[in-house]
Design a protein around this ligand. Structure first.
Ligand SMILES: NC(=O)C1=CN([C@@H]2O[C@H](COP(=O)(O)OP(=O)(O)OC[C@H]3O[C@@H](n4cnc5c(N)ncnc54)[C@H](OP(=O)(O)O)[C@@H]3O)[C@@H](O)[C@H]2O)C=CC1
Ligand SMILES: O=C(O)C(=O)Cc1ccc(O)cc1
Length: 453
């Protein structure tokens, strides 16, 4: 289905008088990042946010060369490529308002993380004489665009419009990935939505336990450091981004509900001490997802190039939390969040490594990395199973995690944005004092894993 281009660093865009004017509607984190990058590559950029933000935006961007216009009508009338970079829940209303003003022959794109509402809005409200070639950068605004996937969706209009979009974004040096609208939502449900569900559940479980994981003597190993930093990185970002891609993506429900089911079922097997059933299920999931038979340890050079080995002990041990010594004895931990993730992938027949190369976000890459790290060693996996069955100290954390995963599953199934915001923000407030530190460490981890690949 997907095809990717591996020539991100092609010749720089030659700017001529015929170069397209790029218009950006929505100057939040992503809109600003796009505007600045495009402007510095020599593209003419016109932007707007809501009309009440006009004056402030004009002052802020006064010396940048980026032209600030009053609203989306003004942007739509002059831009050859219009990019809607607004909240997913707002896309319908915003396109309904400004779409009809789009210049004849222009091309329209959206940055929204979930494409079903965007596609419906474009088809309904854009005039027939404009084309649709949408986009989605699969990374947050603080991550370099270089080498990251940039999805391009050719939905309506001639092939040359795709070329125009490719040329506009050439300076990003991103890796172009070509998908349809539907393929986009399927892939991002498998990669982003379910991954976020796991991290959101971890954060909420820690908050509900009333303790910071880095103050707990058990939170010392490399896997925990990744979990904590990525969870905090997600809670430090904007809730609507995660709510939109979970609630509005028709393909995401199945994954998120399965994750919640996997967590609950594995937890019940642990507390019921159903050793045989639990072991059988975990080892079968390992084989289904990673291809390693239960008797087989997976070491990089025995791996026959089947899957990339992403995280090594050296990489993991570069990162520590608090004053803990990362080399100290690892405490028993069921790693319920990871056992459930692999169980969920197995239950849904998802091959995470196939997605990684097409449309892996940095967060997804780290998540597969730690899952693979736990599962590739038979000893590590066996001790997680044993901890799940017999460790009593950790059980209350696993209970909180199970309740949190069920809660996120329900919240998404209700489609309730207000509830999502409340759950998200209450947890975010608990962790806020550590956001700066966690975001920096999360950034370093992402860089370390990318450099190691
Ligand atoms: N942040 C991320 O990591 C990524 C986000 N995305 C997607 O990109 C889109 C933007 O995300 P992000 O920049 O993070 O979110 P932000 O909330 O930072 O930006 C959205 C901006 O759009 C503005 N806006 C809303 N309605 C209008 C309107 N009628 N006219 C003009 N501007 C309007 C918002 O104003 P106000 O705040 O007043 O509502 C806000 O400034 C989302 O769809 C998101 O899913 C994609 C990739 C990564
Ligand atoms: O990497 C992730 O999953 C993130 O959390 C950052 C992110 C958020 C929204 C997107 O549409 C793309 C990337």
């Amino acid at each position: 289905m997907a095809s990717t281009s591996s020539t991100p660093a092609a010749a720089p865009l030659a700017m001529t008088s015929a170069s397209p004017v790029v218009g950006i509607i929505g100057m939040g984190d992503m809109g600003r990042m796009y505007a600045r990058r495009l402007q510095s590559s020599g593209t003419k950029v016109v932007v707007c946010d809501k009309p009440d933000a006009f004056a402030t935006l004009q002052t802020e961007l006064a010396d940048t060369g980026i032209q600030v216009l009053r609203d989306g009508h003004a942007v739509s009338r002059v831009a050859d490529l219009v990019i809607y970079s607004v909240e997913a829940a707002a896309i319908t209303a915003v396109v309904r308002e400004y779409g009809p003003s789009t210049k004849i022959g222009a091309t329209v794109a959206g940055q929204t993380s979930v494409k079903a509402p965007e596609k419906a809005a474009f088809e309904k409200y854009l005039p027939d004489d404009v084309d649709i070639v949408s986009i989605h950068s699969l990374h947050g605004p603080s991550v370099t665009t270089e080498g990251q996937p940039l999805i391009i969706i050719h939905h309506r209009g001639p092939e040359e419009k795709v070329k125009m979009v490719e040329d506009v974004f050439r300076s990003f040096k991103s890796r172009y990935v070509y998908l349809s609208y539907e393929e986009h939502d399927e892939v991002t449900a498998n990669t982003q939505a379910v991954t976020h569900a796991a991290f959101l559940s971890m954060g909420m479980a820690w908050k509900c336990s009333g303790k910071y994981p880095w103050e707990n003597a058990r939170w010392v190993s490399g896997i925990e450091v990744v979990k904590v930093n990525i969870a905090l990185r997600i809670y430090a970002a904007k809730w609507h981004v995660y709510a939109g891609l979970a609630i509005l993506n028709p393909a995401a429900q199945r994954q998120i509900q399965q994750y919640s089911r996997s967590v609950t079922e594995l937890f019940k097997l642990m507390v019921g001490r159903h050793e045989e059933e639990l072991s059988k299920r975990v080892w079968a999931a390992r084989e289904a997802v990673f291809g390693w038979a239960p008797s087989e340890d997976a070491v990089a050079d025995e791996d026959g190039g089947r899957h990339p080995i992403l995280l090594s002990e050296e990489i993991l041990n570069q990162f520590t939390l608090g004053t803990h010594d990362p080399k100290s004895q690892e405490e028993p931990n069921s790693h319920l969040s990871l056992l459930a993730m692999v169980d969920c992938w197995a239950a849904l027949g998802i091959k995470p490594f196939d997605h990684l190369d097409v449309a892996g976000t940095p967060v997804f890459m780290l998540w597969i990395g730690v899952a693979e790290y736990l599962f590739r060693s038979r000893e590590r996996l066996q001790s997680a199973i044993e901890a799940g069955l017999s460790d009593r100290v950790f059980r209350s954390d696993d209970l909180e995690f199970t309740v949190a995963a069920r809660g996120w599953g329900e919240c998404v199934s209700f489609g309730n944005f207000d509830l999502y915001e409340r759950r998200f923000m209450e947890t975010a407030d608990f962790f806020a004092p550590r956001f700066d530190e966690a975001t920096k460490m999360g950034g370093k981890m992402i860089k370390a894993i990318q450099d190691a690949r």
